[in-house]
Design a protein around this ligand. Sequence first.
Ligand code: DGJ
Length: 731
Amino acid sequence: MNRILLIMFCALFAVGLQAQDVIVPISTKSNLMLLHPSREGRLNTVYFGEPLQNEAEYKDVASQFNLRDNNAGIYNAAYTSAGTWNLVEPAIEVVQSDGNTSLELKYVSHTQEKTDDNAMLTVINLEDALYQFEVKLFYKAWTDENVIEQWTEIEHNQKKAVVLKKFASANLFFTGNDFYLTTYGNEWAKEMQRNEEKLTRGIKSIDSKLGTRAYLLQSPNFILSLDNEAAENTGTVVLGQLAWSSNFRYDFEIDSHDNLRFIAGINPFASEYTLQPGETFKTPSLVYVVSHKGTGEASRNLHSWARDYRVLDGNGERLTLLNNWEATYFDFDENKITALFKDAKSLGVDLFLLDDGWFANKYPRNSDNAGLGDWQENKAKLPNGIGHLVSEATKEGIKFGIWIEPEMVNPKSELYENHLDWVIRQPERPEKYFRNQLVLDLSNPEVQDFVFGIVDKLFTDSPELAFIKWDCNSVIYNAHSAYLEKKNIPQTHLYIEYTKGLYKVMERVREKYPEVPIMMCSGGGGRGDYELFKYFTEFWPSDDTDPLERVFMQWNYSYFFPSIVTDCHVTDWSKLPLKYRVDVASMGKLGFDIVAHELNEKDLQFAQEAVQNYNSFKDVVWHGDLYRLVNPYENNFAALMYVSKDKSRAVVFNYLVNFRYMETASRLPVKFAGLDGNKKYTVKELNVYPGARSRIDSTKTYSGDFLMKVGVNPNMSQRNASVILEVNEVK
Ligand code: DGJ
C-alpha cells in the first residue's frame, strides 16, 4: 500500500471529540486554509493565508475569528447550503424527495491521506441531520506547487429522487480590505481579452451558457487578487479555472463586512439534476494556485503542476507543423496538398496537418455548409485516400496529421439524413445553426460510439497518422435530446451528460491510442480546460494570428497555461514582417499556416533558420520557467523569458507593441529574472534577419547578478521590432 493514512477522524463523536475541537488544515508549502466546525457543527473557513509556523496554534484561530454563524450576510461556510437560515448565495440548493427545500449540512468526519510525496487528499463528510443527504468535500493539495484541486460529491439515501438545483464545486471565503478580479473573454478571434476590476459589494457573476464551444465569449480563467491589483512579483493572488468543458458559473459575493465568498461550479442554468437514491453526483474540479508573491510565482507553479500532473505528456515533446487551413481553406486537392509536403520539408517542420475539407461525397465539404458528419475521404479531392497522403508525407520525411470535428453535423449531410435522432434540436421548432451546423447528442451512447469510431477508423486505416486536430465550432442551440426523452431522463441533464459523454469518448480514445498528440480546438479558443488536458496534448488559443494581437493574447494565456500546450502559428493575417510573426509564434508551440514556396528568398531563408533556432531552444520554452518581464499593457513593448530548471539556459522574447512613427522600444535595459546570480552567461541574438546585423555583443560575458539587476537592452526599433535573445551559461 503506497498511500499512507495520516489522520483518520471517522466516528469522531464516538471517541468523544467535539466538532468544535476539530480543525482541518488544507496546507501547501506557502499557503494554509483552515476549516473548522462551529459549535453547531457547521463547517466554516476560518483562515486563508501564509502558513502558520506552529501547528499547535491552528486551534486558536477560530476563537479569534469573531464571525458568528447566525448573522445574516457574514456567513463563512465552507459549503453554503440553501433553505434554512443562510441568506447569502448558496453553493448547494436542493429539493428533497418529499418536496422540502431545506438543507443543513453539518460536519461529521474527515480523512487526510498522502497520495504521493507531494500531494495530500482531504475528504470532509457533511450530512443533514433531518434528511439522508450527504456531501463530501474533496481538497487535493500539491505541496510544492501550491495548487489545490477542489471538488464535491453529493449523495442521498432517500426513498425517491432528490433534485439538485445548484451544486458548486468549491466555496471559498476570504477576508481582506479589497479584492480585484481579472477575467477574460470577448468573441471569436478576440479571445482572452482581459478585464480587471475592483469587486464591490454585491455579486459579480461570470458564466457561460453556450454548452459546447463554451468559452467563446467568456473564459473560465480568473485571477483574484487580495488587497491590491494583481502584480507580477508581489501580493496574494488566487489564479485558476473550473476544469469543466461546458457551462460554468462563478459568483464573487462581497458582503456588508467586505468579506468575499467565491462560489464556482457547473452553471445551474437549465441544469437541474435529478439524483436517484444511491447515485453519486461528482462535480468538476476547481483548480487554483495560490501565491503570496504575485502572479509570476503563481503561474510558474501552475505550469509545473500542469506539466507534471495534468496535461497529457506534459513533460514530453511536441511536433512543429505546417497546416494548410489558411493556405488553401476548402480549395485543395491531392496535388496541392502533396506540394505543401515539400513546403513542410523545406521549412524543416516535423509534420503536415491537413485541415477541414477532406471528407464527404454526397454533400462534399467544399465550404462550411455541407458534409460535416460524413467522414469518408472526398473522392474528387483525394482519389487515393488518406493512406496515400500519409505514405507520400512519409516519403518526404515528414509526419502527417488530420483535422476532424466529430461532435458536429451539417444538415446537408448523410449523417443528418440517417440519424436525425442523434442531433441536438427541438423537434417541433425551427432549427437554428451556428456556422451552418448542429451538435450531435453525446449523451447518447450510440453517438459516443460513432464519435470514437471516427478516430478509431482513421488510425485503423492509417496507423502512421501522427497528429489530430479536434475542432468544435458550434454552440448548442435548442438544447433537447431525443435520447434523454426516450430514456425518461430530464432534459435538464443534457449539458452535463453531453460533457460526461465527451469525457467517456476521450477515455476510450486514450485507452486505445495513448500517445498520439491531439490538439484541442474550438473555432479558435472556445475550449481549453484542465479536464480535457487529461486527454489533449495542446490547444489552439484563437484563430486570431495577428502577431501584434497575439503578443497580448499569449501574454494573457501565459498566466494559466505552459507554453508547451499553446499552439502558435505563423500566418498571413497581418502585414507585419515575417520575422515578427515567427518570433511571436516561437514563444509557444511553433507552427505555420502559410504557402512557404511563395515566400521570397530571404523570408524563406529566415523561416528555415528560425525553425532550426526554435529546435535548439524549444526545450527551454516548453519545459522551463516563465518570467513575464515587461508588461505590454503598461509599456510599448513586451518581454518574456523562459529559464531552464537548472538555470543554465534561457530565452528572452522582446516585442515592440507600439508602431507609432519613430517609436523605439526602450532606452533602458530589460532586467532578466530567474537566473543564478553567481553564474556567468553570454547573451546572443537569434532569428537575425538575413543581411541584418545584431546589435547585441554575443562575445561578452555577464554575471547572472548583472543580468538580473542591470539587464540587457534588446535595442528594438521599428525596423527590428522583435528580438529573441538566447542566454547560455559559460562553464
Ligand atoms: C476553426 C479552427 O479554429 C480553424 O483553425 C480551422 O480548423 C477551421 N475551424 C476549419 O473549419
